[in-house]
Structure formats: C-alpha cells, structure tokens
Design a protein around this ligand. Structure first.
Ligand SMILES: [Zn+2]
Length: 178
C-alpha cells in the first residue's frame, strides 16, 4: 500500500519522531517475557512465542487509538533505561528471552520505520518501500492526530496496569548478576 501516513511522516522528521511509542511496546515485551519465562517449554519454543507474540501485541497497540504522551527523546531514554536495568537485574539465562521479546515487540517498527529513521538521523539514502504491517497503514492505524487524547490516556493506563499486574503475578528472575 503506497502513500500511507507513515510514508508521509517519513518526510517530516518532527512528526516521524512523534510516531514512536517505544515505551508501551517495551512494557508489553517485559510482561510477555515474565509469563513465558515461567513456562516449562523448551527454550526454542519460548523464544518463538515471545517473537511472534511480541509482533501481535505491537499490532494491537498500534491499532488501538493512541496519542503520544512522551517526546521521542524521553520515550527512548526511559525505554533504554528500563532495558538496561533489567539487563543487569535478571539472570543471564533469561536475557536472551528478554531481548527476543523486545525484538518481537519492536520488530514491526524496525522494519517499517527503521530505514526512514536511519536516513533521517544518519544522513543515508536507503530506499523507502511501502510499509508491510497493516497497523502502519492509515486505514488500520490508531494514531490520533487531534488533541482529543482522553481515550488514549485510558488505553495507555490499561496497558501499564496489565503489564504491572502480570509482572507482579509471574515475577522477574532477578539475581543482580549472580
Ligand atoms: Zn508500530
């Protein structure tokens, strides 16, 4: 599908930055990680589940009506901080599963938005193709472009609450480098 809003956004770095919503994708990745990490399945099965599940959850989040409560820099700073703390906090065997979950949850943006961002920030000229994932098409994207973000705040609160209760229920494999 050509001429999606994402492609148009790629021409405007200011709006492109607003498109990112990494924190909520990271949060769902952490929630999914805690659930799958607690299962007794083979590690290959676990990694497959978080990769595929992360992509599906990304689609649900993008499809759900949403605004962008955080600036791009704040969004990336908080997300990177969460990942960094978890990296050192959890046991080393669980790290691969955590990173697989984060990869799955951010994969659609890496594929559809990555080239535009690299061009924008690194001055490269990677060819921009049509977006692949349907939730990045204007027809299926939940992006809200007016100031009416009340429903978005509710959705974001529900996401964080669900992730929080999931992490509390299943727990993180924390051992601080031991
Ligand atoms: Zn996306």
């Amino acid at each position: 599908m050509a001429n999606t809003h994402v492609l148009k956004l790629a021409l405007n770095s200011e709006i492109l930055c607003e498109y990112m919503n990494v924190l909520f994708h990271t949060a769902t990745a952490v929630g999914l990680f805690t659930v799958v990490n607690n299962s007794s399945a083979h590690s290959v099965v676990k990694i497959s589940i978080v990769l595929f599940g992360g992509i599906i959850m990304h689609g649900i989040l993008d499809y759900t009506p949403h605004c962008y409560p955080l600036s791009a820099k704040t969004d990336i700073f908080i997300s990177a901080s969460v990942i960094a703390v978890l990296h050192f906090a959890i046991n080393s065997e669980a790290r691969i599963l955590l990173y697989a979950s984060i990869l799955g949850a951010t994969f659609p943006d890496l594929v559809d938005l990555g080239p535009s961002m690299v061009n924008e920030h690194l001055g490269m000229n990677i060819p921009i193709t049509d977006t692949i994932f349907p939730w990045h098409w204007q027809k299926y994207s939940g992006s809200i472009y007016n100031e009416n973000c009340g429903v978005s705040h509710i959705h974001h609160s529900v996401v964080i609450l669900c992730v929080f209760t999931t992490v509390m229920r299943y727990g993180l494999p924390i051992n601080w480098g031991k």
